[in-house]
Design a protein around this ligand. Sequence first.
Ligand code: MEV
Length: 304
Amino acid sequence: MGKGYGYGKVILFNEHFVVYGIPAIASAIDKKTVAIVKKCDGEEFIIHDNREETPGYKKEKLEQQKESIVRIKKAMGIDECIEIWLSGDLRAASGVGASAASCAAIARAIADEFGMKFSDEEINEFAYEGEKAYHGNPSGIDNTCATFGGLVWYEKGKKMELLKMEKPVEIVMGDTGIVANTKKAVEGVRERREKYREKYDKIFEEANKLVYEAREALLSMELERVGELMNKNHELLQEIEVSSPELDFLVNIARKAGAYGAKMTGGGLGGYMVALTPGKELQEKVAKAIEKEGYYALRTRIGI
Ligand code: MEV
């Protein structure tokens, strides 16, 4: 029996822009997906997905999940049938890196079951192969966070850089409950960017400038500035039309409750938003405000 894990993640700056080579910052969160893999008799694989979920998520993603397992097995050179069990404390939902966490966990569990030794870099590549089933042409930021953990500075096609914050900081992630299609969100940006090239170039330029400031602010623990930049980043994401009324609603609830900043996170069009809430007290206040509106709130930390 083989076992593996992958971290959930939160993108703090520049989802979508990262697909075009602009740097992004993301952090693993202290929630994981765990995979158990066992050789079995039969065709390609059997999957038991025991993860908690946002209602409808697993059904909606089932075909992509199956394709992703086929891709991971192929990349790892595994022909035998495998039985897979997924569990862990990362709730399966859009915007929290659930697909990438499961891909990294499955790749690690397969390696463990077949007694294969792979570096984290290699596991990351297998997870990236699996992610293609969910995203089409992923930037690689999600599988990188899922595999390595930590606070990550990511530029597509380059080696990721781990950033070190002085200490972890509390965040709240609010789930709209909407299962979103990342592939569709990414394609939408591509189409609109082609159509409104000049407008989009300006927005992309701002995103590029902003992320360098955000890096400095995070490293020097200027958390109020980090919050302001998250708000600004949310505006840019609204401009490229990947936010949604539900995301905007939760972002406003979090800001009103005192969050230093808040934005959508991940693919958008549903899924999660994130609020920066240093200290347990503020975190609780913001989480409660989100829950009072009937939404699920995840209390976690960045920079762990
Ligand atoms: C999805 O979590 C992040 C996106 O930027 C897509 C990607 O980077 O592949 C929207």
